[in-house]
Design a protein around this ligand. Structure first.
Ligand code: IVH
Length: 698
């Protein structure tokens, strides 16, 4: 039996619209290009079978039936590297000291450029003609966006022979960005059309470049600054200009018609560089485009060669990143939300304000005491900051602007969700709702159970949880496993397909690895790391449940608090009944044979790092964080988060933290790249350059 095509078509259209928004507006896609293409293909096929169901607003009918699909891959001739960061003047100075040391005591000329907040782009000209534009991608392979970039006015479509001999090949690199005024115009148009606003200029620029229809890109008014020559070649070498410094490269590309930013400055001391950075930190908003720092580059190309590059970034350049931004806005209200453990968290409802790259309308106030200490009150003008440029924070009130009749805010006595009293236990910072049947706690627990780091049930977000709970279909997470598609279609705005998909997803989650399930139970203090550690030690849920507090606490990575909370939790009758419901539903409780296999596997991996400490900073291309730690610990090593005297080696990946590098250097800890790390894992040996000097006494 096939489903109603009209229903499936509507479902596909809404999915595609959702993913278009994630991709183009938010620049934060949820699915792969291939999965997106599958949806588009299925929709096209269904519409071909049922032409009567085609509507003008179908994504297939827009811009000549073009749905955005993946762009072709482009291999970069010369990799597009990223930059290491300096987060403050000290880190900047430390970098400069390394540079001077690397140049045997010579202080080079430093060229400072603004760090534009856009997208790195490589432009290729053959025989003077624009032939290709490619994004940075992973540095080795980018996306071909030639047609879209061709619509950018700042990008020349040919290099005039009237100025200079034309190079046979020229690759110019720079940043595509959207100016603040273009961004404003874009949002005015969006508002007029009744569309949701774009989040920020950078994401809008990224989305604009990914349009399949270049006419759409053209309408977005993108701009370009060039800051680097990727490659340049002449058929007749005698006609080649002398490009021995970064400044001469910039002058050269400017002469050829590429836009070079007007604020490039050269300095002969790092003190002047630091002052220049401080200046732009103050004045970043004087510009009609967003910058997030200053890039400092060693001018002389011979110096650059001498300094070289690490696995992903040059040693001859650094990005000085501006600290978090602050803004003022009105605090409209303070409300309290109740989380899965009953914790009542006050949060600020703000007059939306653009800060640190996006619009902020809400910010956590953490707990009762924080509100008291900050003494923020509804109606106050407050300073809002993006801590670490991600999480918005209310710094405090602007007291000069406080209304005369303003009163301190009072933490509510009762839970806003269930009306039971909120209690702050002696000696604790948090205020909690202890009602066992509080709907806010129940819903948060369910949403947590289904979340990515836990059982990862797609389609079961907070809204769906609320619908299920309101309809009385689930009281706890174990009830999810008896839901049927028939029950789900009864809910508001749930189609047959999504109902079926959700039931399938829930079923699929029964086979999640045990640490995920253990995390999903939402036991206080028990996060993914401790869940993983317990599973590694005991392998099955039944084993874990049978252990004493002491047994649990003896596991590396499980402290006494976690051990006793977990033990207590499993002791409770209601929780045992809860666990048995999961068992009956067939949820994976772990493999009893795993213990024997784990011992065997350990014996098979040579213990090349036995007792040694290896720290990793930045990202590696071949491993994610978990795999890196695993590679080290499975070989008998330890992998803590910071460098100390005892560190055997520091592995520096892409965007390695400057502070770890500096620390390693000052402690004489060997710094190795990813390739050398692989050798270390295999052989336990460091590269020859770290051979200890022969002992003169022997
Ligand atoms: S030079 C090897 N100069 O920053 C040096 N990059 O974090 C390559 N960026 O991917 C980059 N303004 O997108 C350079 N004046 C500037 C820049 C700049 C912005 C971006 C670029 C790069 C990223 C590295």
């Amino acid at each position: 039996m096939t489903a109603d095509p009209a229903v499936r078509i509507a479902d596909l259209r809404s999915q595609i619209a959702h993913h278009n928004e994630r991709y183009h507006t938010l620049d934060d896609p949820e699915i792969s290009d291939a999965d997106y293409d599958d949806l588009a293909r299925e929709l096209r096929a269904l519409e071909a079978e049922h032409p009567d169901l085609i509507t003008p607003d179908s994504p297939t009918q827009q811009v000549g039936g073009a749905i955005v699909t993946a762009f072709d891959a482009v291999e970069h001739d010369v990799p597009m590297m990223s930059l290491d960061n300096a987060m403050d003047a000290d880190e900047l100075t430390a970098w400069a000291e390394r540079v001077v040391k690397g140049l045997d005591g010579t202080t080079p000329t430093f060229v400072c450029e603004l760090k534009f907040d856009g997208l790195a782009m490589s432009l290729r000209y053959e025989g003077g003609e624009y032939v290709q534009a490619a994004t940075r991608g992973d540095g080795r392979t980018g996306e071909n966006v030639t047609a879209n970039v061709a619509t950018i006015d700042d990008v020349p479509d040919r290099i005039g022979a009237e100025v200079d001999p034309v190079p046979s090949l020229l690759e110019v690199r720079g940043e595509v960005y959207m100016s603040a005024s273009a961004f404003e115009r874009l949002n005015e148009r969006a508002e007029a059309a009744g569309d949701p606003p774009f989040v920020n200029p950078r994401n809008s620029a990224a989305g604009s470049l990914r349009q399949k229809d270049p006419a759409k890109t053209a309408a977005r008014e993108l701009s370009f600054f060039s800051y680097q020559v990727g490659q340049v070649r002449f058929d007749d070498a005698s006609t080649a200009p002398d490009l021995a410094t970064h400044q001469s490269e910039l002058e050269y590309i400017a002469r050829l018609g590429f836009p070079v930013n007007e604020h490039v400055r050269a300095f002969d001391s790092i003190t002047e560089v630091a002052a220049h950075c401080a200046y732009w930190q103050e004045h970043r908003h004087d510009l009609d485009y967003e910058i997030d720092g200053v890039v400092i580059k060693v001018d002389d190309l011979a110096h650059r060669d001498a300094l070289g590059v690490t696995s992903r970034a040059p040693r001859w350049a650094i990005a000085y990143k501006f600290p978090p931004e602050e803004r003022t806005t009105t605090l409209l209200d303070i409300q309290v939300s109740v989380g899965r453990t009953g914790r009542a968290t006050p949060f600020a409802v703000l007059e939306p304000v653009f800060v640190g790259g996006s619009t902020v309308g809400m910010a956590t106030l953490h707990n009762r005491e924080q509100v008291q200490v900050k003494d923020v009150r509804p109606g106050d003008v407050v300073v809002v900051r993006k801590a670490g440029d991600v999480i918005p924070e209310v710094v405090g009130p602007v007291l000069d602007m406080r209304a005369a009749d303003s009163e301190p805010w009072q933490f509510p006595d009762d839970c806003p969700a269930c009306g039971n009293p909120l209690v702050q236990p002696e000696g604790e910072a948090d205020t909690r709702c202890f009602a066992p049947d509080c709907p806010a706690q129940r819903n948060q627990k369910l949403a947590y159970f289904a979340s990515r780091g836990a059982m990862d049930i797609e389609g079961l977000g907070e809204q769906m949880v609320e619908k299920l709970a309101d309809a009385g279909l689930v009281k706890d997470a174990a009830d999810l496993y008896s839901l049927t598609a028939e029950q789900l279609v009864e809910l508001e705005r749930v189609g047959e397909t999504s109902a079926r998909n959700l039931v399938d997803e829930i079923q699929r989650s029964t086979s999640r690895p045990l640490p995920k399930f253990l995390t999903a139970l939402g036991i206080r203090h028990l996060g993914p790391a401790a869940s993983g550690a317990m599973t590694a030690a005991f392998h099955t849920l039944d084993e874990i449940m049978s252990k004493s507090v002491e047994d649990l606490a003896a596991v590396d990575g499980v402290g006494g608090v976690i051990a006793s909370t977990v033990h207590e939790w499993f002791e409770q009758d209601s929780n045992q009944a809860f666990i048995e419901k999961f068992r009956a539903a067939g949820v994976n409780f772990g493999d009893p044979d795993a213990a024997a296999r784990a011992a065997e596997a350990r014996a098979a991996v040579p213990q090349t790092l036995d007792g040694r400490t290896v720290v990793v900073t930045g990202t590696l291309s071949g491993f994610n964080r978990e795999e890196t730690a695993d590679a080290i610990t499975s070989r008998g090593g330890k992998s803590p988060g910071s460098v100390s005297k005892k560190t055997f080696a520091l592995v520096a990946g892409e965007s390695a933290g400057a502070s770890k590098l500096t620390k390693a250097e000052s402690l004489d800890v060997p710094v190795i790249d990813e390739a050398e790390f692989l050798t270390l894992l295999e052989t336990g040996e460091l590269p020859d350059r770290f051979e200890p000097a022969p002992d003169p006494g022997s």
